[in-house]
Design a protein around this ligand. Structure first.
Ligand code: ASN
Length: 552
């Protein structure tokens, strides 16, 4: 767990840290207006109104530092030592989320890919009714994410005197602007949830969502407390990419006492390809009606994928009961503790993947792809931490947790700085979080990248280290590797999705330093990373001017 670290403010380059966030505004109550037909989304209404809300826009800030793409207008506010510059991209038509379709999920995914390298984080404004479906679907469609994607909305429109929309939007923007939480999440009523773990369970209160089987990733109270050890990391040396083809031949079948074999047979007929079975209790179905079980068997034999999750929103499916085992025996796949929204969109995503065969899809339905289900592991004790705890006579779990959270970051950073992969391995096996940082905000990946420890870099990336973490001086591991001419590390980080996130002013600052050091090797690497060596600083001087200056 960590608190908002944004109090580390100034750097030698700019007085304040700065983040750019893109809002994709799809509709929902947050931007609706009351008309004679009822609440309706209104084009061009939300973005204009945001400008008049001082908590969400301060016109006195200089916005010249960022020129938004595609003529988008930028708004800006500053909080916790960080300027959050954001743009609103409004969808056409704006919709109540009950009208949401899989095509819109694909559009959102494509827009995130289009603007991925321009913005540091993304907020999706969405109606609450189907928000849990969209957040679940996007969690599968967006793979190897390195940036924060946050859905939010409101129960009451943002312009009404009492509205949860202002707080929800502000909270989502602060989190997207300050943290790298590389997941699709949903922010509502002061809590940040994993997007594929939520259900909408309340349509009258501000706490509209619940995450029944997985604790929130962050709680926003007086402090913002992020549970860093719970954040899902892809752990693959791959750049962010998207899948947009989703199968709509999917459905949800809820068992009820008295359901007939005929109903089940009709439901499972072609073109149905994948079904989420909402069974009883811990995954049980009627066992004394062979006709019913027979319909399931016939469908499984035809290649229909059937995933078993429980009607109980808490708990998980296992086959401890005879009546549950029957389903597994006919070929139905146990779905652990997935929500119906996650199970349905996972099914739709896997069926849409033409590159996978049926056996792989079956296997992947059971696996944890994006943190959507709980894998039950045996708990491994940390011997080192236990010995320290014993020496300090600490015995309670709380005390041991505290010792652990104090020691792991230091040990990891020391191991990374000298490229000691076996220590990194031991520490991560004992539960150390690869994204924890030292007092300068430097993560193990910063240290290993700067020092050029290629194997350590690879190991950390495979364990889910973020290429976008920034240290106290706002430097990422990529900048560290570039500055210290670590060509091999630059290559690996690039494959993993790293890119330059800084503006021309900062780039010229670094280039001038490299020229002063006569560091041609590093200058070449910067050029390979896509930096224009004719770039002009705010004084209109190019790097060549600086070279000439040093020749004088
Ligand atoms: N609170 C809301 O946003 C509900 C609205 N009907 C929607 O889902 O778009």
């Amino acid at each position: 767990m960590s608190r908002l670290y944004a109090h580390h403010n100034s750097s030698s380059l700019s007085e304040q840290a700065e983040s750019k966030v893109l809002i994709l505004y799809t509709g929902g109550t947050i931007g609706m207006k009351k008309t004679e037909r009822g609440y309706e989304p209104y084009p061009n209404y939300l973005a204009n109104s945001l400008k008049s809300l001082p908590m969400l826009h301060d016109p006195n800030y200089d916005q010249e530092l960022f020129s938004p793409p595609d003529n988008l207008e930028s708004l800006i506010f500053s909080i916790y030592g960080c300027r959050v510059i954001y743009c609103v991209m409004e969808y056409e038509p704006l919709m109540d989320s009950s009208d949401m379709s899989m095509d819109v999920w694909a559009k959102i995914a494509m827009d995130i890919r289009k603007y991925y390298e321009i913005f540091d984080g993304f907020v999706i404004l969405h109606g609450t009714d189907t928000m849990a479906y969209t957040s679940s679907a996007l969690s599968f469609m967006l793979e190897d994410l390195g940036k924060s994607i946050i859905l939010t909305g409101a129960q009451v429109p943002i312009y009404e005197q009492r509205s949860d929309g202002r707080e929800n939007l502000l909270g989502a923007l602060i989190i997207a602007g300050h943290y790298v939480i590389p997941e699709v999440t949903l922010y509502f009523d002061h809590k940040l949830y994993r997007g594929n773990r939520v259900i909408k369970d309340n349509n009258r209160e501000f706490n509209a969502f619940q995450s029944p089987n997985f604790a929130p990733l962050a709680n926003v109270g007086i402090d913002i407390e992020v549970q860093w050890s719970s954040i899902f990391r892809s752990g693959k040396l791959q750049k962010f990419h998207i899948y947009t083809s989703m199968s709509s031949n999917v459905g949800i079948l809820r068992l009820f006492p008295g359901i007939t074999a005929e109903t089940i047979r009709t439901f499972l007929l072609p073109p149905m390809e994948g079904v989420i079975l909402l069974s009883y209790g811990s995954g049980n179905a009627p066992s004394r009606f062979p006709n019913i079980i027979n319909e399931f068997r016939k469908a499984c034999d035809r290649g229909v994928l059937i995933l078993n999750i429980s009607q109980c929103c808490r708990g998980f499916v296992d086959d401890s009961y005879m009546v549950g085992k029957i389903l597994t025996n006919v070929g139905i796949i146990p779905g652990a503790d997935m929500t119906p929204e996650a199970a349905l969109t996972k099914m739709s995503y896997l069926l849409g993947r033409d590159d996978l065969d049926l056996a792989t899809k079956r296997r992947m339905l059971k696996e944890n792809l994006r943190g959507e289900l709980t894998v039950r592991l045996s708990w491994k004790e940390s011997e080192f931490i236990n010995s320290v705890a014993q020496a300090l006579k600490a015995t309670s779990i709380k005390e041991i947790d505290t010792i652990q959270s104090m020691l792991f970051p230091v040990l990891l950073c020391s191991a990374a700085a000298v490229g000691n992969v076996s220590s990194l391995k031991t520490l991560t096996e004992q539960g150390a979080n690869v994204n924890s940082c030292d007092y300068d905000g430097r993560t193990p990946l910063h240290l290993a990248s700067y020092e050029g420890h290629v194997e350590a870099v690879r190991f950390l990336l495979e364990k889910g280290a973020s290429v976008f973490s920034r240290d106290r001086l706002h430097r990422t591991p990529y900048i560290d590797a570039l500055l210290n001419s670590q060509a091999e590390v630059v290559k690996i980080l690039k494959i993993s999705g790293a890119h330059l996130h800084i503006g021309g002013e900062e780039i010229t600052f670094y280039l001038n330093n490299l020229i002063e050091e006569n560091n041609v090797k590093s200058l070449k690497l910067w050029e390979e990373a896509g930096v224009d060596l004719n770039l002009k600083g705010s004084d209109f001087r190019t790097p060549l001017h600086t070279v000439c200056h040093f020749l004088d």
